[in-house]
Write a protein that binds this ligand. Structure first.
Ligand SMILES: *[C@@H]1O[C@H](CO)[C@@H](O)[C@H](O)[C@H]1NC(C)=O
Ligand SMILES: *[C@@H]1O[C@H](CO)[C@@H](O)[C@H](O)[C@H]1NC(C)=O
Ligand SMILES: *[C@@H]1O[C@H](CO)[C@@H](O)[C@H](O)[C@H]1NC(C)=O
Ligand SMILES: *[C@@H]1O[C@H](CO)[C@@H](O)[C@H](O)[C@H]1NC(C)=O
Length: 493
C-alpha cells in the first residue's frame, strides 16, 4: 500500500505545542522539531518553513480557570473526534472564548451523545468511513480539518466523501475556513534578497546544473518523477533526494533529517545556489500549494512548478514562476529554461517581485491581510484554534437560529442545512506525470497504488476502467460502496 501515509502533521503537533495564553499568561516552550520522526523527510520536511501548525504551536484561548461548573455546563461542546489534534495543553476539556461567545472544546468521547455536543471535529488523515461515529446525531455538525493533499485520504476528494461534513478547513479558498496560504508566512518571506546572479553563475561554471530537484517521497499521486525523468533527458538536473538521485548532498549534516526539518541556514544557502528549483506538489488540487512553491521564491530561485492549477491567482505578480503545464513537452520546457539560463536580463524579470512595490497581486495581498491566523507568528492564533472558534461561532449562530424558529415557527423558517461541497477538496483523479495511462505497464507501482487509492472499494481492474474510460457504472459502484458503509452502520448502531 501507499508508503508515507503517516500522521506526520499529527506527530508534529504532538510535540510542538507551545502555550500562548490569552494576553497575560506564561509562554511555555514546546519541545523542538528535532524530536519529530519525519517519515518522508524530503517531501514534507526539508522545505517546510514553520507552518501555522509548527513552531508557534497553539494559542491557549482559555477563560478564567476558576469558572465553576454551572458557568460552562450549558455551553456548546465541540468534540475533537481526532484526539491527537486537540489544540489545548492539558486536560480533556477546555473553555474557549470566541467572537460570538464561549464553547467547550473537548476530546472526551464520552460526551459524544450529549445534547450540548453540537459539533464533532475530524482530522482528514484519520477519517475512515468505516469507523466514523455512527449513527450520526441530527443536532451535531461534522467539521473537517484537512490542510493536507489527498495523498492521505482520497475519500475526501469525492463528492459523497466531502459531503459527509458540514464545515471544512482545507487548502481550498472555497472551504469554510480556507487555508490556501498555510505555508506562506507573509510578503517579507517572498521579498528576501536573492543570491547575486554572478555568484550563481559561478556555481554553474563549477559544474552545478541549472535545475535542482530534492525529493525523497517518490511514488506520489502527482507522479512527478515520471516527468522529471523525462525532463532530465533534455537539461541537466542535480537531484539530491532519494528520487532520481544523481548527486550527494555535500555534508552528512545536510542529509540528516534533523537538519532537514529545520530552516538550517547553511542548507538554505546551499540550495539558493541554484537558479531553478523543480517544484512539484505530491498531488494536484486547486489551491494546494506548499513550501515546495514558496521556499524557492524565498531563496530567490525560480520555481518550475506543477501543482495547484489555480496557482497563478496567488503569485506576487504575473511573471514569477514557470508553469510546467504551459509547455507542450519536457523538451520545450528544457529549451526555455536553457534560454533563461543564458539570458540574465530575462531571468531577472522572474525576480522583479522582490523589488519595492513588486508584489502587485492585490488578491494575494488582501488574502494575507485578511487571514486571522499566522504562520510562525506568536501574536496570532494558529489555524487549529482559529478553526475551533470558527466552529464555535457557527454553532452559537445555529443555536440562535434554532431558538428563533422555535419561538415563532410561523415567521422564522427552520435553518437551512450547511453541507460541504466537492470544491472544498478539489483534487481530480491522479494522472500520469508524463505520457498516457494506457502506455504505462500494469505492474507500474504508481499505477497500482494510486488508482486503487483514489477509487477505494473498487478492485484494480475496476479502478482502471473508471479512470481510463470515465466509466459511470464503475463510479456509481464506488458511491454505492460509500453509501453502504454509511447507511448500514447508521441504521444498525
Ligand atoms: C502582467 O502584468 C503587467 C504589469 O502589470 C501587464 O502590463 C501585463 O499585461 C501582464 N501580462 C499578462 C500576461 O497578464
Ligand atoms: C450536515 O450535513 C449532513 C449531510 O452530510 C446533512 O444531512 C445535515 O442536515 C447537515 N447538518 C447541518 C446542521 O447543517
Ligand atoms: C513489469 O513487467 C515487465 C514485463 O511484463 C517486466 O519486464 C518488468 O520487470 C516488470 N516490472 C516490475 C517492477 O515488476
Ligand atoms: C463500464 O463498466 C461496466 C461494468 O464493469 C461495463 O459493463 C461497461 O461495459 C463499462 N462501460 C464502458 C463504456 O467501458
Amino acid at each position: 500500500m501507499a508508503a508515507g501515509r503517516t500522521g506526520v502533521m499529527l506527530a508534529a503537533l504532538g510535540v510542538l505545542i507551545v502555550c500562548v495564553a490569552n494576553g497575560s499568561g506564561p509562554v511555555a516552550e514546546g519541545e523542538t522539531s528535532g524530536e519529530v520522526e519525519w517519515v518522508e523527510p524530503w517531501d514534507g520536511a526539508v522545505f517546510r518553513p514553520p507552518s501555522a501548525l509548527g513552531a508557534v504551536g497553539v494559542a491557549h484561548r482559555t477563560g478564567s480557570p476558576h469558572l465553576g461548573r454551572q458557568e460552562t455546563a450549558d455551553l456548546p461542546v465541540l468534540l475533537w473526534w481526532s484526539p491527537g489534534l486537540f489544540p489545548h495543553f492539558s486536560g480533556d476539556s477546555e473553555r474557549i472564548e470566541c467572537a460570538r461567545g464561549a464553547c467547550v472544546a473537548s476530546r472526551d468521547r464520552r460526551k459524544r451523545g450529549n445534547t450540548q455536543t453540537r459539533a464533532l471535529l475530524f482530522y482528514g488523515t484519520d477519517f475512515r468511513a468505516s469507523d466514523a461515529p455512527l449513527p450520526r446525531l441530527a443536532h451535531q455538525s461534522w467539521a473537517l480539518l484537512h490542510e493536507e493533499s489527498p495523498l492521505n485520504n482520497f475519500l475526501l476528494s469525492h463528492g459523497p466523501g466531502i459531503r459527509l461534513f458540514n464545515l471544512t478547513a482545507t487548502f481550498s479558498r472555497h472551504s469554510d475556513y480556507p487555508l490556501p496560504l498555510q505555508w506562506l508566512p507573509g510578503t517579507s518571506y517572498l521579498r528576501r534578497a536573492a543570491l547575486p546572479l554572478q555568484e550563481r553563475a559561478e556555481w554553474r561554471r563549477r559544474g552545478y546544473a541549472p535545475l535542482l530537484y530534492l525529493q525523497s517521497h517518490c511514488d506520489v499521486p502527482a507522479d512527478r518523477d515520471r516527468y522529471v525523468r523525462e525532463l532530465m533527458r533534455y537539461i541537466p538536473v542535480d537531484s539530491y533526494g532519494k528520487c532520481l538521485q544523481n548527486r550527494e548532498l555535500p555534508t552528512a549534516r545536510f542529509q540528516d533529517t534533523a537538519t532537514a526539518t529545520t530552516e538550517d541556514p547553511e542548507l538554505l544557502a546551499f540550495l539558493s545556489r541554484y537558479k531553478f528549483h523543480l517544484a512539484l506538489e505530491n498531488a494536484i488540487c486547486n489551491d494546494y500549494m506548499t513550501e515546495k512553491l514558496w521556499r524557492p521564491m524565498h531563496l530567490g530561485a525560480v520555481p518550475v512548478y506543477r501543482g495547484s492549477p489555480s496557482v497563478r491567482d496567488w503569485m506576487p505578480n504575473n511573471h514569477s514562476i514557470i508553469l510546467i503545464d504551459d509547455f507542450e513537452s519536457p523538451q520545450k520546457l528544457a529549451e526555455f529554461i536553457d534560454f533563461l539560463d543564458k539570458n540574465d536580463e530575462e531571468y531577472m524579470k522572474y525576480l522583479a517581485y522582490k523589488q519595492p512595490g513588486g508584489i502587485t497581486n492585490q488578491f494575494l495581498l488582501d488574502s494575507l491581510k485578511q487571514r486571522e491566523w499566522g504562520v510562525n507568528d506568536p501574536l496570532l492564533p494558529n489555524y487549529l484554534n482559529g478553526f475551533e472558534c470558527f466552529v464555535c461561532d457557527h454553532e452559537l449562530t445555529r443555536l440562535d437560529a434554532g431558538k428563533a424558529h422555535a419561538d415563532s415557527p410561523g415567521d422564522i423558517p427552520v435553518p437551512e442545512p450547511h453541507i460541504a461541497q466537492p470544491a472544498h477538496m478539489d483534487c481530480p483523479m491522479p494522472k500520469p506525470g508524463f505520457g498516457n495511462l494506457e502506455e504505462i505497464p500494469e505492474n507500474d507501482s504508481w499505477k497500482e497504488m494510486w488508482l486503487q487509492d483514489y477509487w477505494q472499494g473498487l478492485d484494480q481492474g475496476e479502478a482502471l476502467t473508471a479512470m481510463i474510460h470515465n466509466n459511470e457504472t464503475q463510479k456509481s459502484k464506488f458511491w454505492d460502496y460509500l453509501h453502504e458503509i454509511f447507511m448500514k452502520r447508521n441504521q444498525n448502531l
